[in-house]
Design a protein around this ligand. Structure first.
Ligand code: AMP
Length: 392
């Protein structure tokens, strides 16, 4: 893996593709974790007296009205506070003003370019990796560092476009290095290797199941997606989530790899999708027609813990219940705690399971909590990711 440490960046103009896609409301940043996470790479460049030129997307830009609410200006301000040095914000993605600002940069200066997706207003130039745009941005710097893991599965002008126009002078930043190092342990995981899958839809996890079912010793399935598997085994699932379109897929996986798939033996059911109703614990052959399962049950939790206790590697994607409701987050939290207490090498595969771990104060205690949602899933599906290929 080619990283920032492999390139000579001393006194160079370094373009860094960051992920500053922070939650913004009325121009205020809700959570600055992504900005804070980018500091290591930026500070490393500043220590090398580089001139730092930052690019990032923010939200989606489809029409004029999206411009102001996705303006990167508040990020520049926050970054200035965190870096304790001025950040020159250029409210444009190209043009004279930008070029002049870059030409006037001194060593140790920082420039942030306006949201790369402003270019999407004109024929989706950023998101469709417009050839001329990638070339133009690349022409503004000497070296390119990609540190935006969340978009690594996309071929955009600000990642793939720049990298292909600076061949030999492109590398990954510290954030991507950390993600890829952790995720690559799953290419050859130390065994027993257990996969825990939950979340709402089977359709989101098909690729992951296909890719990992041969590698994993067991796949433990909970969450809403477990009910389509249970239905595939002819259980009454009441009004629980059903992913009808993927019923045949579940049947096939159970037929081919039945010995590897572990399904719930009991579930917490209620009659309304809410935290207010009382719930009952039912064995899976006792679910009534008007009941929906919103969490795994205690016996299932014990069974999952038994499978996990000797694991050397665990990958977990998707919560085992509706963790947003106090009543149905219990087993997800308890199993996360179990993995931490037993010091089991655990990788949380992005998205809601990371949010659940963060809410339970366990995110910092696992081996790795991935920051990428779609990017992580595509990696786990074994797909080739354009942002990685462009730098390789
Ligand atoms: P995902 O994005 O696929 O990881 O799905 C996460 C979502 O799955 C969360 O919003 C959970 O509330 C939801 N979820 C987990 N278990 C269930 C369940 N038994 N029924 C309905 N939704 C669920």
């Amino acid at each position: 893996m080619k990283t920032i440490k492999d390139l000579n960046i001393d006194n160079k103009k370094v373009l860094i593709r960051c992920d500053f896609n922070v939650p913004l409301k009325d121009g205020k940043i809700g959570d600055d974790t992504r900005i804070v996470s980018s500091l290591q790479t930026i500070n490393y460049c500043l220590e090398k007296n580089a001139k730092v030129i930052l690019l990032s997307h923010l939200g989606r830009v489809k029409e004029e009205a999206d411009l102001e609410k996705n303006n990167l200006a508040p990020v520049a301000k926050r970054l200035e506070e965190l870096l304790e040095r001025p950040v020159t914000f250029i409210d444009e993605t190209r043009g004279e003003k930008l070029e002049e600002a870059i030409n006037n940069m001194k060593d140790g200066d920082v420039v942030l370019i306006q949201n790369t997706r402003y270019e999407d207003l004109d024929g989706k130039k950023e998101s469709k990796n417009d050839e001329e745009l990638g070339k133009y941005w690349a022409s503004l710097g000497d070296v390119f560092i990609n540190d935006a893991f969340g978009t690594i599965h996309r071929a955009h002008a600000s990642n793939v476009g720049i990298a292909t126009n600076l061949p030999g002078n492109s590398a990954f930043g510290f954030l991507i290095e950390k993600e890829l190092t952790a995720l690559s342990t799953l290419d050859n995981p130390e065994k027993p290797f257990m996969v825990v899958l939950g979340g709402a839809k089977v359709s989101d996890k098909i690729g992951v199941i296909e890719n990992l079912v041969t590698k994993a010793d067991k796949i433990l399935i909970g969450g809403g997606m477990a009910f389509t598997f249970l239905k595939a085994e002819n259980y009454e699932i009441g009004t629980s989530l059903l992913d009808e379109e993927n019923l045949e897929f579940c049947k096939r996986i159970l037929k081919e790899y039945g010995d590897k798939i572990v399904l719930p033996v009991d579930v917490a059911v209620t009659t309304e999708y809410s935290n207010d109703e009382e719930y009952k614990v039912r064995l899976i052959n006792e679910i009534e027609y008007n009941e929906m399962g919103l969490d795994i049950g205690p016996e299932t939790k014990e069974a999952f813990a038994n499978h996990l206790k000797n694991a050397k590697t665990v990958l977990w994607n998707g919560p085992l219940g509706v963790y947003e409701f106090e009543k149905y987050k219990k087993h997800t939290d308890e199993l996360l705690q179990f993995l931490v207490d037993n010091d089991i090498k655990t990788i949380l595969g992005g998205g809601d399971i990371v949010a659940a771990a963060a809410a339970a104060n366990l995110k910092e205690k696992v081996y790795h909590a991935s920051t990428g949602g779609g990017a992580t899933l595509e990696y786990l599906e074994g797909k080739t990711l354009p942002g990685i290929e462009a730098i390789k």
